[in-house]
Design a protein around this ligand. Structure first.
Ligand code: TYM
Length: 405
Protein backbone atom coordinates (compact mmCIF):
# COMPACT_ATOMS: atom_id res chain seq x y z
CA UNK A 1 0.00 0.00 0.00
CA UNK A 2 1.49 3.38 -0.95
CA UNK A 3 1.32 6.56 1.13
CA UNK A 4 -1.66 7.90 -0.73
CA UNK A 5 -3.72 4.77 -0.10
CA UNK A 6 -2.61 4.63 3.52
CA UNK A 7 -3.81 8.21 3.99
CA UNK A 8 -7.15 7.24 2.53
CA UNK A 9 -7.46 4.34 4.94
CA UNK A 10 -6.51 6.65 7.80
CA UNK A 11 -9.40 9.00 7.15
CA UNK A 12 -12.41 7.73 8.94
CA UNK A 13 -15.29 7.13 6.53
CA UNK A 14 -17.73 8.71 9.00
CA UNK A 15 -15.53 11.74 9.22
CA UNK A 16 -15.57 12.05 5.43
CA UNK A 17 -19.31 11.84 5.32
CA UNK A 18 -19.78 14.52 7.94
CA UNK A 19 -21.50 17.57 6.53
CA UNK A 20 -18.86 20.05 7.78
CA UNK A 21 -16.10 17.94 6.22
CA UNK A 22 -17.70 18.11 2.81
CA UNK A 23 -18.01 21.89 2.66
CA UNK A 24 -17.12 22.04 -0.99
CA UNK A 25 -19.16 21.81 -4.18
CA UNK A 26 -17.64 20.10 -7.17
CA UNK A 27 -19.71 19.82 -10.33
CA UNK A 28 -18.75 20.41 -13.99
CA UNK A 29 -19.99 24.00 -13.57
CA UNK A 30 -18.98 24.91 -10.06
CA UNK A 31 -15.94 24.24 -7.93
CA UNK A 32 -16.18 26.09 -4.66
CA UNK A 33 -14.58 25.62 -1.28
CA UNK A 34 -12.22 22.80 -0.47
CA UNK A 35 -9.10 23.97 -2.28
CA UNK A 36 -7.55 24.87 1.08
CA UNK A 37 -8.36 21.41 2.45
CA UNK A 38 -5.19 19.29 2.43
CA UNK A 39 -7.35 16.16 2.18
CA UNK A 40 -9.62 17.38 -0.64
CA UNK A 41 -8.40 14.91 -3.24
CA UNK A 42 -8.42 11.97 -0.86
CA UNK A 43 -12.00 12.84 0.06
CA UNK A 44 -12.96 13.14 -3.62
CA UNK A 45 -11.63 9.66 -4.36
CA UNK A 46 -13.90 8.35 -1.60
CA UNK A 47 -16.86 10.52 -2.53
CA UNK A 48 -16.78 9.81 -6.27
CA UNK A 49 -15.75 6.16 -5.85
CA UNK A 50 -12.61 6.40 -8.02
CA UNK A 51 -9.21 4.86 -7.37
CA UNK A 52 -5.92 6.49 -6.49
CA UNK A 53 -3.07 6.08 -8.94
CA UNK A 54 -0.71 3.77 -7.10
CA UNK A 55 2.99 3.06 -7.60
CA UNK A 56 2.21 -0.19 -9.39
CA UNK A 57 0.18 1.58 -12.04
CA UNK A 58 2.89 4.19 -12.44
CA UNK A 59 5.53 1.50 -13.01
CA UNK A 60 3.23 -0.10 -15.55
CA UNK A 61 2.98 3.18 -17.44
CA UNK A 62 6.75 3.50 -17.32
CA UNK A 63 7.13 -0.04 -18.63
CA UNK A 64 4.88 0.67 -21.62
CA UNK A 65 5.89 4.24 -22.45
CA UNK A 66 9.49 4.24 -21.23
CA UNK A 67 8.86 7.48 -19.35
CA UNK A 68 6.67 8.88 -16.59
CA UNK A 69 5.26 12.30 -17.34
CA UNK A 70 6.07 14.83 -14.57
CA UNK A 71 2.33 15.53 -14.07
CA UNK A 72 1.91 11.87 -13.18
CA UNK A 73 5.07 11.68 -11.13
CA UNK A 74 4.04 14.78 -9.18
CA UNK A 75 0.56 13.24 -8.74
CA UNK A 76 -1.20 16.13 -10.46
CA UNK A 77 -3.07 13.25 -12.08
CA UNK A 78 -4.07 11.44 -8.93
CA UNK A 79 -7.10 9.28 -9.58
CA UNK A 80 -8.54 6.98 -12.25
CA UNK A 81 -11.11 4.45 -13.29
CA UNK A 82 -10.10 1.36 -15.26
CA UNK A 83 -6.63 2.60 -16.23
CA UNK A 84 -5.18 -0.88 -15.68
CA UNK A 85 -7.92 -2.30 -17.92
CA UNK A 86 -7.04 0.18 -20.70
CA UNK A 87 -3.40 -0.95 -20.51
CA UNK A 88 -4.45 -4.63 -20.59
CA UNK A 89 -6.46 -3.98 -23.74
CA UNK A 90 -3.60 -2.00 -25.28
CA UNK A 91 -1.08 -4.72 -24.55
CA UNK A 92 -3.42 -7.24 -26.16
CA UNK A 93 -3.53 -5.19 -29.35
CA UNK A 94 -6.75 -3.22 -28.75
CA UNK A 95 -5.90 0.43 -29.20
CA UNK A 96 -7.93 2.97 -27.25
CA UNK A 97 -9.12 6.45 -28.21
CA UNK A 98 -8.40 9.47 -26.08
CA UNK A 99 -11.30 11.82 -25.47
CA UNK A 100 -11.20 15.25 -23.85
CA UNK A 101 -12.84 18.65 -24.32
CA UNK A 102 -13.44 22.30 -23.68
CA UNK A 103 -16.53 24.42 -22.98
CA UNK A 104 -15.90 27.75 -24.74
CA UNK A 105 -17.12 30.22 -22.12
CA UNK A 106 -14.04 32.44 -22.22
CA UNK A 107 -10.37 32.47 -23.03
CA UNK A 108 -8.19 29.49 -22.13
CA UNK A 109 -6.12 29.63 -18.94
CA UNK A 110 -3.18 27.64 -17.62
CA UNK A 111 -5.46 25.22 -15.73
CA UNK A 112 -7.12 24.10 -18.97
CA UNK A 113 -3.94 23.34 -20.77
CA UNK A 114 -2.43 21.05 -18.12
CA UNK A 115 -4.79 18.13 -18.97
CA UNK A 116 -4.23 18.88 -22.67
CA UNK A 117 -0.43 18.76 -22.28
CA UNK A 118 -0.86 15.41 -20.57
CA UNK A 119 -3.26 14.20 -23.29
CA UNK A 120 -0.66 15.11 -25.90
CA UNK A 121 1.92 13.00 -24.05
CA UNK A 122 -0.51 10.04 -24.01
CA UNK A 123 -1.24 10.50 -27.73
CA UNK A 124 2.47 10.48 -28.53
CA UNK A 125 3.42 7.58 -26.31
CA UNK A 126 0.53 5.29 -27.22
CA UNK A 127 0.16 6.55 -30.80
CA UNK A 128 -3.63 6.79 -30.44
CA UNK A 129 -6.45 8.87 -31.86
CA UNK A 130 -7.98 11.76 -29.95
CA UNK A 131 -11.50 13.17 -30.06
CA UNK A 132 -11.65 16.72 -28.72
CA UNK A 133 -15.18 17.95 -28.03
CA UNK A 134 -16.14 21.63 -27.89
CA UNK A 135 -19.37 21.97 -25.94
CA UNK A 136 -20.54 25.32 -27.30
CA UNK A 137 -24.14 24.19 -26.62
CA UNK A 138 -23.39 23.52 -22.93
CA UNK A 139 -21.85 26.95 -22.42
CA UNK A 140 -24.74 28.70 -24.17
CA UNK A 141 -27.25 26.90 -21.96
CA UNK A 142 -25.31 27.44 -18.73
CA UNK A 143 -24.12 31.05 -19.13
CA UNK A 144 -27.30 32.93 -19.77
CA UNK A 145 -25.38 36.19 -20.18
CA UNK A 146 -23.30 34.90 -23.08
CA UNK A 147 -24.64 35.39 -26.61
CA UNK A 148 -24.24 32.82 -29.40
CA UNK A 149 -21.86 35.29 -31.12
CA UNK A 150 -19.61 35.50 -28.06
CA UNK A 151 -19.51 31.72 -27.74
CA UNK A 152 -18.61 31.42 -31.42
CA UNK A 153 -15.71 33.79 -30.88
CA UNK A 154 -14.47 31.82 -27.86
CA UNK A 155 -14.85 28.60 -29.86
CA UNK A 156 -12.49 29.96 -32.48
CA UNK A 157 -9.99 31.32 -29.93
CA UNK A 158 -10.07 28.07 -27.91
CA UNK A 159 -9.47 25.97 -31.04
CA UNK A 160 -6.25 27.94 -31.58
CA UNK A 161 -5.17 27.01 -28.05
CA UNK A 162 -6.00 23.34 -28.56
CA UNK A 163 -3.96 23.19 -31.76
CA UNK A 164 -1.15 25.22 -30.14
CA UNK A 165 -0.68 22.45 -27.54
CA UNK A 166 0.76 20.34 -30.37
CA UNK A 167 -1.60 17.40 -30.98
CA UNK A 168 -0.93 15.35 -34.11
CA UNK A 169 -3.35 16.48 -36.85
CA UNK A 170 -3.53 13.01 -38.40
CA UNK A 171 -4.67 11.55 -35.06
CA UNK A 172 -6.87 14.35 -33.74
CA UNK A 173 -10.43 15.39 -34.52
CA UNK A 174 -12.15 18.41 -32.97
CA UNK A 175 -15.92 18.04 -32.65
CA UNK A 176 -17.94 21.25 -32.29
CA UNK A 177 -21.32 20.27 -30.89
CA UNK A 178 -23.53 22.71 -32.80
CA UNK A 179 -21.77 21.84 -36.09
CA UNK A 180 -21.18 18.11 -35.73
CA UNK A 181 -24.33 17.21 -33.84
CA UNK A 182 -25.37 14.65 -36.47
CA UNK A 183 -22.49 12.42 -35.33
CA UNK A 184 -23.52 12.68 -31.69
CA UNK A 185 -27.28 12.88 -31.72
CA UNK A 186 -28.16 9.23 -32.48
CA UNK A 187 -25.82 8.08 -29.69
CA UNK A 188 -27.16 10.77 -27.36
CA UNK A 189 -30.70 9.54 -27.97
CA UNK A 190 -29.75 5.99 -26.98
CA UNK A 191 -28.10 7.33 -23.84
CA UNK A 192 -30.95 9.70 -22.88
CA UNK A 193 -33.50 6.90 -22.96
CA UNK A 194 -31.58 5.08 -20.23
CA UNK A 195 -31.14 7.98 -17.79
CA UNK A 196 -33.94 9.14 -15.53
CA UNK A 197 -34.34 12.67 -14.21
CA UNK A 198 -33.74 11.43 -10.70
CA UNK A 199 -30.32 9.97 -11.72
CA UNK A 200 -29.42 13.22 -13.51
CA UNK A 201 -30.49 15.26 -10.47
CA UNK A 202 -28.36 13.17 -8.14
CA UNK A 203 -25.29 13.31 -10.41
CA UNK A 204 -25.43 16.99 -11.40
CA UNK A 205 -27.47 18.70 -8.69
CA UNK A 206 -30.19 19.87 -11.12
CA UNK A 207 -33.18 21.57 -9.49
CA UNK A 208 -36.57 22.93 -10.54
CA UNK A 209 -34.80 26.14 -11.52
CA UNK A 210 -32.41 24.46 -13.96
CA UNK A 211 -33.32 25.18 -17.57
CA UNK A 212 -34.40 22.10 -19.47
CA UNK A 213 -31.61 22.49 -22.02
CA UNK A 214 -29.06 21.83 -19.27
CA UNK A 215 -31.04 18.85 -18.04
CA UNK A 216 -30.98 17.35 -21.52
CA UNK A 217 -27.33 18.18 -22.21
CA UNK A 218 -25.30 15.45 -20.40
CA UNK A 219 -25.89 12.73 -23.07
CA UNK A 220 -24.22 15.05 -25.61
CA UNK A 221 -21.01 15.09 -23.56
CA UNK A 222 -21.35 11.34 -23.01
CA UNK A 223 -21.69 10.54 -26.74
CA UNK A 224 -18.00 10.87 -27.73
CA UNK A 225 -17.29 8.06 -25.22
CA UNK A 226 -19.09 5.73 -27.64
CA UNK A 227 -18.38 7.45 -30.97
CA UNK A 228 -15.09 5.54 -31.44
CA UNK A 229 -17.04 2.26 -31.35
CA UNK A 230 -19.32 3.62 -34.08
CA UNK A 231 -16.40 4.93 -36.16
CA UNK A 232 -14.37 1.72 -35.80
CA UNK A 233 -17.43 -0.50 -36.09
CA UNK A 234 -16.42 -2.53 -33.02
CA UNK A 235 -16.39 -1.89 -29.25
CA UNK A 236 -13.45 0.45 -28.74
CA UNK A 237 -11.93 1.44 -25.39
CA UNK A 238 -11.81 5.14 -24.52
CA UNK A 239 -9.63 6.96 -21.98
CA UNK A 240 -10.62 10.43 -20.77
CA UNK A 241 -7.96 12.72 -19.27
CA UNK A 242 -9.61 15.70 -17.48
CA UNK A 243 -9.79 17.38 -14.09
CA UNK A 244 -12.10 15.63 -11.65
CA UNK A 245 -14.87 18.27 -12.02
CA UNK A 246 -16.08 16.44 -15.16
CA UNK A 247 -16.59 13.18 -13.30
CA UNK A 248 -20.44 13.31 -13.01
CA UNK A 249 -20.62 12.95 -16.80
CA UNK A 250 -18.55 9.78 -16.71
CA UNK A 251 -20.53 8.27 -13.84
CA UNK A 252 -23.78 8.42 -15.81
CA UNK A 253 -22.01 7.27 -18.99
CA UNK A 254 -20.51 4.26 -17.25
CA UNK A 255 -23.93 3.35 -15.86
CA UNK A 256 -25.43 2.97 -19.33
CA UNK A 257 -22.41 1.78 -21.36
CA UNK A 258 -22.82 -1.95 -21.10
CA UNK A 259 -26.60 -1.78 -21.50
CA UNK A 260 -25.92 -0.18 -24.90
CA UNK A 261 -23.21 -2.65 -25.91
CA UNK A 262 -20.21 -0.39 -25.33
CA UNK A 263 -17.19 -0.50 -23.01
CA UNK A 264 -17.32 1.76 -19.97
CA UNK A 265 -15.05 4.76 -20.61
CA UNK A 266 -11.89 4.84 -18.48
CA UNK A 267 -10.71 8.03 -16.83
CA UNK A 268 -7.59 9.65 -15.49
CA UNK A 269 -8.41 12.60 -13.23
CA UNK A 270 -6.31 15.63 -12.41
CA UNK A 271 -6.39 18.05 -9.51
CA UNK A 272 -7.31 21.71 -10.01
CA UNK A 273 -4.87 24.49 -10.68
CA UNK A 274 -5.80 27.20 -8.15
CA UNK A 275 -6.58 30.80 -9.08
CA UNK A 276 -4.12 33.59 -8.30
CA UNK A 277 -6.09 34.23 -5.12
CA UNK A 278 -5.97 30.54 -4.13
CA UNK A 279 -9.61 30.60 -2.97
CA UNK A 280 -11.02 28.76 -5.99
CA UNK A 281 -9.87 26.87 -9.06
CA UNK A 282 -8.53 28.96 -11.93
CA UNK A 283 -11.55 29.84 -14.04
CA UNK A 284 -12.37 31.60 -17.34
CA UNK A 285 -15.20 33.40 -15.58
CA UNK A 286 -12.66 35.18 -13.33
CA UNK A 287 -10.03 36.29 -15.87
CA UNK A 288 -8.34 38.73 -13.45
CA UNK A 289 -7.45 35.83 -11.15
CA UNK A 290 -6.24 33.60 -13.97
CA UNK A 291 -3.24 33.50 -16.30
CA UNK A 292 -4.72 33.41 -19.80
CA UNK A 293 -2.83 32.17 -22.85
CA UNK A 294 -4.00 35.32 -24.63
CA UNK A 295 -2.66 37.70 -21.95
CA UNK A 296 0.21 39.85 -23.10
CA UNK A 297 3.53 38.78 -21.49
CA UNK A 298 3.70 42.02 -19.43
CA UNK A 299 0.17 41.37 -18.13
CA UNK A 300 1.19 37.83 -17.10
CA UNK A 301 4.17 39.23 -15.21
CA UNK A 302 1.97 41.88 -13.54
CA UNK A 303 -0.63 39.31 -12.49
CA UNK A 304 2.03 37.04 -11.01
CA UNK A 305 3.79 39.86 -9.18
CA UNK A 306 0.52 40.86 -7.50
CA UNK A 307 -0.58 37.28 -6.76
CA UNK A 308 -1.31 36.09 -3.24
CA UNK A 309 1.26 33.67 -1.80
CA UNK A 310 1.62 31.38 1.18
CA UNK A 311 4.10 33.82 2.70
CA UNK A 312 4.02 35.58 6.06
CA UNK A 313 3.01 39.24 6.45
CA UNK A 314 6.62 40.43 6.98
CA UNK A 315 10.08 39.29 5.95
CA UNK A 316 11.09 38.95 9.59
CA UNK A 317 8.18 36.59 10.35
CA UNK A 318 8.81 34.68 7.14
CA UNK A 319 12.45 34.15 8.17
CA UNK A 320 11.34 33.03 11.62
CA UNK A 321 8.32 30.82 10.82
CA UNK A 322 8.70 29.97 7.13
CA UNK A 323 5.96 30.11 4.53
CA UNK A 324 3.21 27.72 3.54
CA UNK A 325 3.80 26.44 -0.01
CA UNK A 326 0.69 24.26 0.12
CA UNK A 327 -1.43 27.40 0.25
CA UNK A 328 0.58 29.25 -2.41
CA UNK A 329 -0.54 29.47 -6.07
CA UNK A 330 2.96 30.59 -7.10
CA UNK A 331 4.42 27.39 -5.66
CA UNK A 332 1.82 25.21 -7.44
CA UNK A 333 2.31 26.86 -10.84
CA UNK A 334 6.07 26.43 -10.54
CA UNK A 335 5.66 22.84 -9.42
CA UNK A 336 3.37 21.73 -12.24
CA UNK A 337 4.68 23.83 -15.11
CA UNK A 338 8.33 24.59 -14.61
CA UNK A 339 10.16 22.99 -11.65
CA UNK A 340 11.70 19.53 -11.76
CA UNK A 341 10.67 17.31 -8.86
CA UNK A 342 14.04 17.93 -7.21
CA UNK A 343 13.79 21.69 -7.65
CA UNK A 344 10.23 21.75 -6.34
CA UNK A 345 11.21 19.77 -3.23
CA UNK A 346 14.12 22.12 -2.59
CA UNK A 347 11.82 25.11 -3.01
CA UNK A 348 9.36 23.57 -0.53
CA UNK A 349 12.02 23.05 2.14
CA UNK A 350 13.67 26.44 1.62
CA UNK A 351 10.25 28.08 1.93
CA UNK A 352 9.05 26.20 5.03
CA UNK A 353 12.37 26.77 6.78
CA UNK A 354 12.26 30.54 6.19
CA UNK A 355 15.17 30.58 3.77
CA UNK A 356 13.18 31.60 0.73
CA UNK A 357 11.19 34.79 0.27
CA UNK A 358 8.12 35.16 -1.95
CA UNK A 359 9.81 37.70 -4.24
CA UNK A 360 12.28 35.08 -5.49
CA UNK A 361 9.50 32.57 -6.33
CA UNK A 362 7.43 35.26 -8.02
CA UNK A 363 10.44 36.30 -10.13
CA UNK A 364 11.13 32.67 -11.10
CA UNK A 365 7.50 32.16 -12.08
CA UNK A 366 7.21 35.48 -13.93
CA UNK A 367 10.36 34.75 -16.02
CA UNK A 368 9.28 31.20 -16.87
CA UNK A 369 5.67 32.14 -17.62
CA UNK A 370 6.69 35.02 -19.84
CA UNK A 371 8.84 32.71 -22.00
CA UNK A 372 6.10 30.08 -22.02
CA UNK A 373 3.39 32.52 -23.10
CA UNK A 374 5.57 34.09 -25.82
CA UNK A 375 6.21 30.62 -27.30
CA UNK A 376 2.57 29.56 -26.91
CA UNK A 377 1.38 32.70 -28.71
CA UNK A 378 3.62 31.82 -31.68
CA UNK A 379 1.99 28.38 -31.79
CA UNK A 380 -1.47 30.00 -31.68
CA UNK A 381 -0.54 32.15 -34.68
CA UNK A 382 0.65 29.10 -36.63
CA UNK A 383 -2.57 27.27 -35.67
CA UNK A 384 -4.63 29.75 -37.71
CA UNK A 385 -3.37 28.15 -40.93
CA UNK A 386 -4.11 24.52 -40.05
CA UNK A 387 -7.56 24.62 -38.41
CA UNK A 388 -9.26 22.54 -41.10
CA UNK A 389 -6.72 19.69 -40.59
CA UNK A 390 -8.11 19.24 -37.09
CA UNK A 391 -11.85 19.66 -37.51
CA UNK A 392 -14.08 16.60 -37.87
CA UNK A 393 -15.30 16.36 -41.50
CA UNK A 394 -12.74 19.02 -42.52
CA UNK A 395 -13.63 22.57 -43.31
CA UNK A 396 -17.26 23.54 -43.87
CA UNK A 397 -19.21 26.76 -44.19
CA UNK A 398 -20.02 26.54 -40.49
CA UNK A 399 -16.34 26.25 -39.56
CA UNK A 400 -15.60 29.21 -41.80
CA UNK A 401 -18.29 31.19 -40.00
CA UNK A 402 -16.54 30.46 -36.70
CA UNK A 403 -13.26 31.70 -38.14
CA UNK A 404 -14.99 34.91 -39.14
CA UNK A 405 -16.81 35.36 -35.82
P1 TYM B 1 -13.90 23.23 -19.31
O1 TYM B 1 -13.83 24.08 -20.51
O2 TYM B 1 -14.51 23.77 -18.08
O3 TYM B 1 -12.47 22.72 -18.97
C1 TYM B 1 -11.61 22.15 -19.94
C2 TYM B 1 -10.66 21.19 -19.24
O4 TYM B 1 -9.91 21.85 -18.26
C3 TYM B 1 -10.14 21.27 -16.96
N1 TYM B 1 -10.08 22.39 -16.02
C4 TYM B 1 -9.12 22.54 -15.12
N2 TYM B 1 -8.11 21.72 -14.80
C5 TYM B 1 -7.30 22.14 -13.80
N3 TYM B 1 -7.45 23.29 -13.13
C6 TYM B 1 -8.44 24.13 -13.42
N4 TYM B 1 -8.56 25.29 -12.76
C7 TYM B 1 -9.35 23.76 -14.46
N5 TYM B 1 -10.46 24.32 -15.00
C8 TYM B 1 -10.88 23.47 -15.96
C9 TYM B 1 -11.47 20.56 -17.06
O5 TYM B 1 -11.58 19.49 -16.17
C10 TYM B 1 -11.40 20.05 -18.50
O6 TYM B 1 -10.61 18.89 -18.57
N6 TYM B 1 -17.86 20.30 -20.27
C11 TYM B 1 -16.43 20.45 -20.47
C12 TYM B 1 -16.01 20.25 -21.92
C13 TYM B 1 -15.86 18.80 -22.28
C14 TYM B 1 -14.91 17.90 -21.74
C15 TYM B 1 -15.14 16.65 -22.39
C16 TYM B 1 -13.89 18.04 -20.78
C17 TYM B 1 -16.59 18.12 -23.21
N7 TYM B 1 -16.15 16.81 -23.29
C18 TYM B 1 -14.35 15.57 -22.10
C19 TYM B 1 -13.11 16.95 -20.49
C20 TYM B 1 -13.35 15.72 -21.14
C21 TYM B 1 -15.98 21.82 -20.00
O7 TYM B 1 -16.75 22.74 -19.97
O8 TYM B 1 -14.64 21.85 -19.70
Amino acid sequence: MNRNEQQIMDIDQNEINREDDMNFTITPWEVSGGLDDDNLYIKLIKKFGTQSIDDLLISRIQEITGEIHPLLKQRYFFSHRDLGWIFDKYQHGEKFYLYTGRGPSGMVHLGHILPWIFTKYLQEKFDVKLLFQITDDEKFLYNINLSRGQIKKFTYENILDIIAVGFKPELTKIIIDTIHIKHLYPIALDISRKITFSTAKAAFGFSNNTNIGMIGFPPIQASPCFLPSVLENKPTPVLIPAAIDQDPYWRITRDVAEKLGYYKPAQIHSKFLPSLTMNSKMSSSKPDDAVLTTDEPEVVVKKIKSSLTGGQPTVAIQRELGGNPNKCPVFWYLKYFFDSEKKSNERFYRCTSGNLLCGECKNNLADNSKDFIIEFKKNRERAKNVISDFILDGKSDEVESIQNA
